[in-house]
Design a protein around this ligand. Structure first.
Ligand code: PLP
Length: 414
């Protein structure tokens, strides 16, 4: 097996030489000629039973070669024998719940908050006929019942960057399949399957695509679990468009470089934000005290490029003052994005549950992009400093005079 950057560039491309092409072909066919209808029938049967491929794709809802290449590349990066792509991250979450809970007749889910707001809402809405117990990480074992079909966790968590010990959760799940949402870490920083996770989920809309121009999701898992996911995808039609498969596959080639560069800036910005008088609590796995279990360097190869911070004043006022940073939901794009979880991504999570899971109302989430870090900082500093200038009449020199011990004390008190 080649090393990460090499795998990211070459994964899923093994048939290109035989095809005599260099770039990934985008196969837009919805249907495929079947001169021998009996043979076509066998192919359809294979695919309907969950096979990864057959003699003919038959029909693009059953199989698509462009999407299948992306799946092979992602599976290689995650170290799993298979991956199954969907039209969005939420379609992927839905398929996992259907495979683990609906198909098996085990309609109970245990989830550890915080998780992505959409996943939280899906699990609590009862839409799929499942009921969900939200447990803290150390109480997962207590929450499991004989009809628990799935444990859902996310680490680093959206939006407050909490870290969970995946292997410990898998042990507490006691044989119940665990789904880890690996969207924030990407396969560059973390491979949950190696730690016992059954399903590794990505919203490909974020880092995998990486440019804010494609919606998609993917689940990396063992082949035995991929079959049911493919069957569900065929029946429900939650397919990824081949253009989306192409864009996410192309994105994989630069994924390690993008994550490494954005992460470097995020480490720098987290430290500067932590020392800024306009912020309260700053959350990034790189900060002192953020990783008490020592997961960075073992489970997680780096702290990632998303951070969060509370503001001293109304967070919407801070966002309004930004000029460079894009005020928008989503993350993992080439440009830096900021959003207010309580207003947007986590709006549908009940306030008390949101606060209790460590997502205060005045928290902002920042997805650090690939701009020059000094330009990102200038924008943040200017926006956060508006507070002291307008409300308490301080000028910028006052910050410079503040001693570093004040900052440390402030960090500890949070
Ligand atoms: C965005 C996101 C999702 C949902 O993905 P979509 O592609 O928007 O459907 C799931 N989990 C996490 C962590 C996300 O950030």
């Amino acid at each position: 097996m080649t090393r990460l950057r090499t795998t990211a560039v070459h994964g899923g491309r093994d048939d290109l030489a035989d095809l005599g092409v260099h770039a990934l072909p985008i196969d837009l066919s919805t249907t495929y000629p079947i001169p021998d209808q009996a043979e076509g029938g066998h192919a359809l049967q294979h695919l309907a039973e969950g096979a990864a491929h057959a003699a003919s794709p038959v029909y693009s809802r059953l199989h698509n070669p462009t999407v299948a290449r992306f799946e092979r590349a992602l599976a290689t990066l995650e170290g799993t024998s298979a991956a199954v792509a969907f039209g969005s991250g939420m379609a992927a979450v839905t398929a996992v719940v259907q495979a683990a809970c609906v198909l098996t007749g085990k309609p109970h889910v245990v989830a550890v908050r915080p998780i992505y707001g959409g996943t939280d809402h899906l699990l609590s809405s009862g839409l799929l006929g499942v009921r969900t117990t939200y447990a803290t990480a150390d109480r997962v074992a207590d929450a499991i019942t004989p009809d628990t079909g799935l444990v859902v966790i996310e680490t680093p968590a959206n939006p407050n960057l909490d870290l969970l010990d995946i292997a410990a959760i898998v042990a507490r799940a006691g044989g119940v399949p665990v789904m880890v949402d690996n969207t924030f870490a990407t396969p560059v920083l973390q491979n949950p399957a190696a730690l016992g996770a059954t399903y590794v989920l990505h919203s490909g809309t974020k880092y995998l695509g990486g440019h804010g121009d494609v919606l998609g999701g993917v689940v990396a898992c063992a082949e035995e679990h991929a079959g049911p996911l493919r069957q569900i995808r065929i029946i429900t039609g939650a397919v990824l468009h081949p253009l989306g498969g192409y864009l996410m596959h192309r994105g994989l080639a630069t994924l390690p470089l993008r994550v490494e560069a954005a992460q470097r800036s995020a480490i720098d910005l987290a430290a500067r934000l932590d020392a800024h008088p306009g912020t309260g609590l700053v959350r990034h796995p790189s900060l002192p005290g953020a990783d008490p279990a020592g997961l960075i360097g073992t489970q997680l190869r780096g702290p990632g490029a998303v951070l969060a911070f509370t503001t001293r004043e109304d967070p919407t006022a801070v966002v309004r003052r930004l000029e460079l940073i894009t005020p928008a939901v989503s993350l993992g794009s080439v440009d830096t994005l900021i959003e207010h979880p309580a207003a947007l991504t986590h709006r549908l999570v009940p306030d008390t549950a949101r606060e209790a899971s460590g997502v205060p109302t005045n928290l902002l989430r920042l997805s650090v992009g690939l701009e020059d870090v000094e330009d990102i900082w200038d924008d943040l500093d200017r926006a956060l400093s508006g507070y002291d200038r307008t409300l308490s009449g301080h000028c910028e020199e006052d910050y410079i005079k503040s001693s570093s011990s004040d900052f440390r004390e402030r960090a500890v008190s949070h």
